[in-house]
Design a binder for this molecule. Sequence first.
Ligand SMILES: Cc1cc2nc3c(=O)[nH]c(=O)nc-3n(C[C@H](O)[C@H](O)[C@H](O)COP(=O)(O)OP(=O)(O)OC[C@H]3O[C@@H](n4cnc5c(N)ncnc54)[C@H](O)[C@@H]3O)c2cc1C
Length: 302
Amino acid sequence: MEQRVVEELRQIVGIENLWRGEPMSRHTTWKVGGAADVYITPREEHLTAVVQLCRKREIPFYMIGNGSNLLVGDKGIRGVVIDMSKHVDHLTVSGHRVVAGAGALLSRVANLAADNRLTGLEFASGIPGTVGGAVVMNAGAYGGEMKDIVRSVKVLDREGNELTVEADDLQLGYRTSCIPEKGYLIREVILDMRFGNSEAIRERMNELRRQRAEKQPVEFPSAGSTFKRPEGEYAGKLIMEAGLAGHLIGGAQVSEKHCGFIVNRGAATAADIRALIEYVQAEVERQFSVTLEPEVRFLGEF
Ligand SMILES: Cc1cc2nc3c(=O)[nH]c(=O)nc-3n(C[C@H](O)[C@H](O)[C@H](O)COP(=O)(O)OP(=O)(O)OC[C@H]3O[C@@H](n4cnc5c(N)ncnc54)[C@H](O)[C@@H]3O)c2cc1C
């Protein structure tokens, strides 16, 4: 990227919020991924100017949250990565409404909701993503999903215009929304929750965390469930029945504790993980004629 453009970006976000050649392995929970040409951690008031500059200079740009559902290629990302998780994380509660900067971590939002006797986000307290990333993915677990509580989102479109989009217009479905397709960049999420019993809310959160620790390979870097649940089946069960528990490619392994997870055993590359994803898909297809669709998002060059 031209030095002139980097300087212009630096003037917008400040010298302390821009890095060149930043390894994305530092910003993904799989701990893999090559360098982004430019990686920025803007404040909310700088987002519009960043988007408008990237448009004007024809530089590709990508918004990320906590990188907990992302496989970034080993050759990195050409363009600008906008990390929302560092500074766009304001959080307020008013009555039964929670307003959160897109980069606020779900665990923090769930805790604040619980402090205010608000129920509806217990399912998400152990999901290691941001609230913005959770809306994009319509994250869900244990019978709950973001769709149940999102009222609206404030977004920038690809030209940098500010819009408010109601939940009904986000096409929130099983681990999907129309946000990537529309090119929306979420700045803020508005949740409508219900009043409940503080103790019951805390108890449920603790119980779900216990279940995660017991059933999921939380001791290794991962991106959670690698695949979506195929209709009428469980991806992890099919992978186990295909005899793939513990299968290794390079440093990537099908978790023995939960076959739905691919974990980084220490020195995995994105290429290892991608090769293992493709191998698992091919084996499950061959043995059971079931197509596994990745839940994780691929970003950058492989
Ligand atoms: C141990 C573990 C357990 C998990 N358990 C669950 C679970 O139970 N249920 C579940 O649904 N998921 C789970 N996940 C996956 C993941 O945490 C969720 O999908 C989460 O919502 C992703 O949020 P994120 O902020 O990390 O998004 P990222 O991974 O950073 O991004 C995901 C996608 O959203 C886009 N995006 C992110 N923020 C924005 C924004 N502000 N505006 C526009 N686009 C944006 C990115 O470009 C990317 O396409 C788990 C992951 C791990 C590592």
